[in-house]
Design a protein. Structure first.
Length: 365
């Protein structure tokens, strides 16, 4: 059956009303512009005839009830459906699980009042198209937040997909399922942004022929593909971090095959900052020194502090370039080991911002 629909993604909004903003000298997030950035995105999406908008978690700064209320009220005013999932910032404590879904009963969590702790769902977004929203926010025995899917949810997911009652299944989850940076699952820079039990989830998705997973959390524009499991993990950067991106996606299934056409855009200007994109890049660069110094002086590089300090200027925009997507790095003046380490973060195919993903059809279609 032919399918054609258009949707948008905006991730990690970190909505923060002025009186709720946490000021911290080391943060990369420009949460003071969260509402303005989101409003600019909504303005740009207004005339696109969207079928739906997807928000893959970290909807609020730190799960404040008034920020959830502001967002849910604003979403209810939109002319198209919106689907959300919880990010780690939305449920910062175990107790906050009980309060999250009640704000979003119109945005995927229709059952939210009767089952408040069930932070995952399935829903029909279009005829023959199902969205499955998963919850990757858990707590370990020490009470620390981790990216994990509990066994009850995995069993539920498997049973949902085994029904095979939809032509297309889309999956969204906050934590990354595939690696979006070099050696992400093993390095301190990116490991905490990945799902801890990703292999089990990948097996379930592959068995059910799921091709598309949409994530957030990392604040980076990237598209990753798994040869082993034959699906794409499309992660979208944060609206409160450079480069303030959002995506518009067209899914097409016709006689030429199945494909997802992705276009990426940036919030370049807001009323408070007409040069918002440039301001944000410089702001991130201004705050990058402690971050890159840590990368240089800690394992695996362990470069002496006095030498590392001479290298930090060349890394001023390192994270900004990664976040922007499609980055290619060259550090000819670095020592050989450091050169190899940082250049390994250069992006690999597929492209991250504007790309057409050709999807293999299952034998049954």
């Amino acid at each position: 059956m032919a399918l054609k629909f258009k949707f948008a993604i905006a991730s990690d909004l970190h909505i923060a009303l002025p009186h709720t903003i946490w000021h911290h000298p080391a943060r990369f997030h420009l949460v003071e512009y969260s509402i303005a950035a989101f409003e600019e995105v909504l303005s740009q999406l207004a005339n696109l005839d969207l079928d739906f908008l997807l928000l893959p978690g970290d909807l609020t700064q730190h799960g404040e009830p008034e920020n959830h209320q502001w967002l849910s009220t604003r979403l209810s005013q939109l002319p198209y459906p919106v689907y959300v999932i919880a990010g780690n910032h939305d449920v910062p404590t175990i107790e906050s699980f009980d309060r999250f879904t009640s704000h979003y009963t119109k945005f995927g969590f229709e059952f939210g009042i009767s089952e408040p702790r069930k932070l995952y769902y399935e829903c029909e977004v279009l005829p023959n198209v199902r969205l499955i929203g998963l919850n990757s926010n858990q707590f370990n025995n020490e009470g620390q937040q981790i990216g994990w899917i509990d066994q009850e949810q995995l069993t539920w997911l498997q049973s949902v997909l085994e029904r095979q009652d939809y032509e297309l299944n889309l999956v969204t989850i906050h934590h990354n399922v595939l690696e979006h940076m070099h050696n992400q699952s093993h390095n301190a820079l990116g490991k905490r942004y990945m799902l801890g039990n990703t292999d089990r989830l990948c097996e379930i998705l592959h068995h059910a022929n799921v091709k598309l997973v949409f994530t957030g959390h990392l604040h980076v524009q990237d598209v990753a593909y798994s040869d082993r499991y034959d699906f794409y993990d499309i992660t979208t950067g944060s609206l409160v971090s450079y480069p303030h991106p959002y995506r518009v996606l067209n899914y097409v299934s016709d006689k030429l095959g199945d494909r997802l056409e992705i276009e990426s855009f940036r919030v370049r200007s807001i009323p408070e900052k007409t040069d918002f994109l440039q301001f944000s890049r410089e702001w991130m660069g201004d705050h990058s020194h402690p971050f890159v110094l840590k990368l240089l002086t800690q394992p695996p590089l362990s470069i002496p502090l006095e030498i590392a300090e001479t290298m930090t200027p060349e890394l001023r925009y390192f994270w900004a370039s990664i976040a922007d997507g499609d980055a290619q790095f060259h550090f000819p003046n670095f020592p050989r080991v450091a050169k190899k380490y940082f250049e390994a973060f250069s992006d690999t195919l597929p492209k991250d911002n504007d790309v057409i993903l050709n999807l293999k059809r299952s034998a049954s279609r």
